[in-house]
Design a protein around this ligand. Structure first.
Ligand SMILES: *Cc1c(COP(=O)(O)O)cnc(C)c1O
Ligand code: SF4
Length: 506
């Protein structure tokens, strides 16, 4: 069921939830009824499994009821976007409408956020934008921001002094100026002139994925699992995307996907198939249904998992129809899902929380992968809030990646120690399963490599104990006293082995 989140005060929202909840239970009832009897699934049946356009219509009615209660400002956030006054709720809740009406250039987005320039200055910005696109030719990584995601930007956090300076067109390409735009939502969405910069560490395919292709759609880096890309489109094009060399510009056909599936079929050691892209949920229900049907017919495939950012950037995609289709497949093969929240504010979107609730209610275990980004989330406080928010929405923090070395995203790169400091600030200080693993996905195709603070302080002089720091005493330099905890080792061989595993001098 939908649950109010802790960030928002209770009150009138609860009323809306009660009202919405009644209708929602109604929908579930219809779904179950349809599944059991098939009677409702008449001419508007999308799938044979008993969910219908009618279910969707009732779902929209539910949303309208919540809206009519007019009790939760966040539920109709588009009212904050200029030029969206006449949008109907039915349009807003339609993921295809969201995609179609995405902001595709910086000028439109800034205008919708209420930024005001003279026409000639808009023209200058527009020209600079087009020039920068032209500079990289056809492989430009597009801008696409759903109105849903844009509506979460707090315009007041967009530095107005910096904006004023931007009125001088020569400033348009000044990364320092743009770095003053501190809204984390904005920074992930907005095509930033700093993307024009290339630094010595970057290249188009830092993870050497292309060299590890077993089919156009399929990458195999690990012994028993593959990454199967099923689309190169996404709800939003995240500016920090690691696959920006091809996401938004390339496309995949059914034949490409089929080749990947055939590869899995003929390689019995592949027990885990990761459907991603792009964004795995950007393909329509019918195609997704077909892909899952094929994969689950392969006996050695044990689990199928999705990589999708739709709960964050296009939560409207998580419809009852999609979820009940997933549930049907899950009865045959375990489905897992990884999503990609980077900032606690992304969980303030009620649509996102609804999407997660729907998936969790369907029994799909969810993890979250974050990317550590300068100007977005590289602080212990932000990450602590994020992991707590995720747990409240039944999502388990899985990975924190350091920013990959893809071209044009050096301005997002954090220091490695930022990640370690975050790990230190989480472990012990909060719920154990709120703590993700911090990774460097190794440039050159080395795969995901975990990094963690070193809690081993050494060995006791008599060789009997390993000496340990805990989360509270980590910074204490006292190596013999109360700051150190001991555990017995099994002789010199154990010590030698531990030293080798921890790469300590012997
Ligand atoms: C990340 C990744 C996986 C999955 O890795 P896990 O650590 O199992 O989550 C699989 N294949 C490729 C190519 C990947 O990049
Ligand atoms: S959703 Fe994922 S694949 Fe798509 S742009 Fe964002 S990071 Fe890249």
């Amino acid at each position: 069921m939908l649950r109010p989140n802790a960030v928002r005060p209770a009150g009138s929202f609860d009323k809306a939830i009660k009202l919405g909840g009644a209708v929602y239970r109604g929908i579930q009832g219809v779904g179950v009824f349809a599944q059991n009897t098939g009677r409702i699934a008449l001419k508007d049946t999308k799938f044979e499994r008993g969910f219908t356009d009618r279910t969707e219509a009732i779902y929209l009615k539910w949303r309208t009821a919540v809206e009519t209660a007019n009790s939760f400002d966040g539920i109709a956030p588009y009212k904050n976007l200029k030029g969206f006054k006449d949008v109907t709720l039915t349009q807003w809740l339609d993921w295809k409408w969201q995609v179609k009406n995405s902001f595709k250039n910086p000028v439109d987005l800034l205008k919708a956020l209420g930024v005001e320039f003279e026409q000639s200055q808009w023209d200058d910005i527009s020209k600079a934008f087009k020039d920068s696109q032209a500079r990289f030719g056809i492989n430009t990584f597009e801008m696409r921001v759903t109105p849903s995601y844009a509506s979460m930007i707090k315009a007041r956090d967009i530095d107005s002094a910096a904006l004023a300076e931007l009125k001088d067109p020569k400033n348009w390409k000044n990364p320092t100026l743009w770095a003053r735009f501190i809204d984390p939502i904005f920074n992930q969405a907005f095509m930033h002139p700093a993307e024009l910069v290339r630094d010595e560490f970057e290249n188009a395919d830092p993870l050497h994925e292309d060299a590890m292709k077993v089919a156009k759609s399929t990458t195999r880096r690990y012994p028993n699992r593959v990454l199967l890309e099923i689309t190169e489109t996404c709800g939003m094009y995240c500016r920090h995307c690691t696959r920006r060399r091809k996401v938004s510009t390339e496309s995949l056909s059914w034949d490409d996907i089929k080749q990947g599936i055939d590869y899995v079929r003929s390689n019995p050691e592949v027990r885990d198939v990761l459907l991603s892209g792009g964004d795995a949920f950007l393909v329509n229900d019918k195609l997704l249904d077909r892909i899952l049907t094929e994969l689950e017919s392969i006996p050695h495939v044990q689990i199928i998992r999705f990589g999708t950012r739709t709960p964050v950037v296009l939560p409207q995609r998580i419809t009852p129809a999609l979820v009940s289709m997933l549930k049907t497949h899950q009865a045959k093969k375990a489905l897992w899902l990884n999503t990609h929240f980077n900032h606690p504010r992304e969980l303030e979107n009620p649509e996102s929380r609804r999407a997660l609730a729907l998936l969790a209610d369907a029994g799909i275990p969810m993890g979250n992968q974050s990317v550590l980004l300068e100007g977005v989330n590289n602080s212990p406080k932000i990450m602590m809030d994020l992991v707590h928010g995720l747990l409240q929405n039944r999502v388990r923090p899985y990975y924190i990646y350091i920013n990959d070395l893809s071209e044009g995203i050096a301005h997002f790169r954090t220091s490695v120690s930022d990640g370690l400091k975050i790990m230190l600030a989480l472990r012990g200080f909060t719920t154990g399963f709120a703590v993700p693993t911090f990774l460097i996905d190794a440039p050159g195709g080395g795969g995901k490599i975990p990094l963690a603070p070193q809690y081993v302080a050494g060995f006791s002089p008599d060789g009997k104990y390993i000496l340990l720091k805990n989360y509270e005493t980590f910074d204490d330099s006292n190596l013999e006293g109360a700051a150190v905890f001991k555990y017995p080792v099994k002789g010199p061989e154990d010590i030698a082995a531990v030293k080798a595993l921890l790469r300590m001098p012997s």
